[in-house]
Each structure stands twice: as structure tokens, then as C-alpha cells.
Design a protein around this ligand. Structure first.
Ligand code: NCD
Length: 300
């Protein structure tokens, strides 16, 4: 049995931990496909505390809990809670831990999930803390790559877009390092991958959108909400667009991923290309989060 209580950072995962999650995700994926999901979370409650906007992460956590027979409480608009009366994040988490058996949380401040784990009596699943980490997204990203390409070992991944503020690419780098991936970081100068995530990686770095040698092209949104100066965002928006022409240069057996939401960085004309996997990727959030919930609750 897996004895991990919290999922805060992908740094806490060994290769074996990741493989365990992927194995359990495959089981959940199969249960969903066959329509015979065991009620592993019957009588249990998930609290979703979303201090920042979300569509996929929150809804897939909620769907995951309900598929497993559990129920959900929570908020997605903190201004309708006592946070508006200046209650602290720590006290909000303490209360949710008193009402629920497991908590999924998203917060704008890096480190908020770690703080939540320190005060919570129930497992915390980090659904994104500022520009820092998004470990459950990484696990569903890894599941997508494994399922679509058959392996995680030695892949070449091109990460495109906002590599400075994008938490999904930060977590994904750390995880893929364990599988000897080769990285190509494609970003505007101002949005380069921070040094801390590049340490120990085999990588090249460029501003040029050449994805012809990649097995995975992982596209990200320019994170407008993290820019201290909105004028800087205005200069960089629309910097890269993956369109049919770009896709025509890609290898036949390669995939295009994006954590979504997309703004304008992948043209709609790409959606019908067989290599476009971003909607499937978003769907895999459900089996991945089912596996994680069941694992931290000691149910599998
Ligand atoms: C991402 C996030 O919130 O970090 N979305 C997600 O969880 N699927 C990516 C983004 O917002 O650009």
C-alpha cells in the first residue's frame, strides 16, 4: 500500500512512485471504459478549495471523486467565503480538513500547498500553487505520453511558450528527468525556463519554433495573470502559433500536448490532426486523479 499522504511537489516522487501512479491510472482508465468503477470512496468527502480559476483541474477532481462513489464539497470563488472577511488560508484549510477526508487545492501563491499540508489533518492534493508546481497535471501528462507513445524513456520533448511562469512545464521537467528525456526549450528571451528546473537536464534552448525532431511538442499559454507588468504581456502574446504549417514539419509518430486552456497558441485547424492529443490529455485527468485520491486514502 502507498503511504504517501500529500501530493505537493513532483520533487517528492521517485521513478517507482510515478510508475505506481501510472499503473493505477491505467486500471482506473479501464474501469471507466468498461463502466465498472469500484466504489472505493463510498462515504468519503473531497473538499475542493480553489482560490484561483480552473476548469479541468477542479472538474476532473470532482468527477474522479464521484466516479469512485464519493461526494464533494468546496468553493471555486473565494470571495463568497470567509476569505473575504480576511480568514487566512491556513484556517480555511483547517476547517476543510475537519469537514472532508481529502482536499484538492489551487492557490496563487507558490508554497501555499506546502503550508496547507502542514496544518491539514487530511491529505492535500496540490492543484497548482502559483508558478511553482502542478504535480497532478504532470502525472496525467506522463500517462498521456506513455499511452500515446508507448514509453517515457529517452523521449525528446519540445516545450513551447511561457516556460518562466508555466507551472505545468516546471513539474514536467522534474519528472521527465527521471526518464532520461532530452529537452528543447522554445520561448521568447523574457520567458525562458528558470535555471533551477534546468539543473541536471540534457537540453537546448532557442527562440526559434523548430519542432521537427520532437516526439512530444508541449505547448503552453502565456500566463498573463503572472506578469508584474501588463504591457510586457501585450508584447509577448501571440508569440508562437502552432498551425498546420508547423505541424506538417513534425514527425509522423509524435504528439502535440497542451495543459489547456489555449488562447491563440494552437490554431483550431490543428485539432483534427491525429497528433493533436490535448483533449484526450485533459480527459486523462479523471483516471489519474481517481488513482491519486484512492492511493492517498489507502484504498488501493
Ligand atoms: C494549467 C494551469 O492551471 O497551470 N491549466 C491546467 O491546470 N490544466 C495551464 C494554464 O493555466 O495555462
Amino acid at each position: 500500500m502507498w503511504d504517501r499522504r500529500h501530493v505537493i511537489s513532483i520533487d517528492d516522487f521517485s521513478r517507482e512512485d510515478i510508475e505506481d501512479v501510472l499503473k493505477n491510472t491505467a486500471k482506473m482508465d479501464e474501469y471507466l471504459e468498461k463502466g465498472n468503477v469500484p466504489e472505493l470512496m463510498k462515504g468519503k468527502i473531497l473538499a475542493t478549495l480553489f482560490f484561483e480559476p480552473s476548469t479541468r483541474t477542479r472538474l476532473s477532481f470532482e468527477a474522479a471523486m464521484q466516479r469512485l462513489g464519493g461526494t464533494v464539497i468546496g468553493f471555486s470563488d473565494p470571495s463568497a467565503t470567509s476569505i473575504k472577511k480576511k480568514e487566512t488560508t491556513a484556517d480555511t484549510v483547517r476547517m476543510a480538513a475537519a469537514y472532508a477526508d481529502v482536499i484538492a487545492m489551487r492557490h496563487p501563491y507558490p508554497g501555499a500547498a506546502k503550508l496547507a499540508a502542514q496544518v491539514s489533518s487530511v491529505p492535500i492534493l496540490n492543484g497548482g500553487d502559483g508558478s511553482n508546481q502542478h504535480p497532478t497535471q504532470t502525472l496525467l501528462d506522463l500517462y498521456t505520453i506513455k499511452k500515446e507513445l508507448g514509453t517515457l524513456d529517452g523521449i525528446k520533448i519540445a516545450m513551447v511558450g511561457d516556460l518562466k511562469y508555466g507551472r505545468t512545464v516546471h513539474s514536467l521537467c522534474t519528472a521527465l528527468k527521471l526518464f532520461d528525456a532530452t529537452f528543447k526549450f522554445i520561448s521568447p528571451e523574457q520567458l525562458r525556463m528558470p535555471d533551477t528546473y534546468k539543473r541536471g537536464l540534457t537540453y537546448e534552448e532557442t527562440t526559434e519554433l523548430d519542432v521537427s525532431d520532437a516526439d512530444v511538442v508541449y505547448v503552453t499559454r502565456i500566463q498573463a495573470e503572472r506578469f508584474p507588468d501588463p504591457a510586457e504581456y501585450e508584447k509577448l502574446k501571440g508569440f508562437y502559433v502552432i498551425n498546420k504549417k508547423v505541424v506538417s514539419t513534425m514527425k509522423e509518430k509524435s504528439i502535440i500536448m497542451h495543459p489547456l486552456p489555449r488562447v491563440d497558441e494552437i490554431h483550431y485547424e490543428v485539432d483534427s490532426d491525429p497528433r493533436a492529443k490535448y483533449f484526450k490529455q485533459a480527459y486523462y485527468g479523471v483516471p489519474t486523479r481517481m488513482a491519486l485520491i484512492a492511493m492517498v486514502m489507502g484504498a488501493i
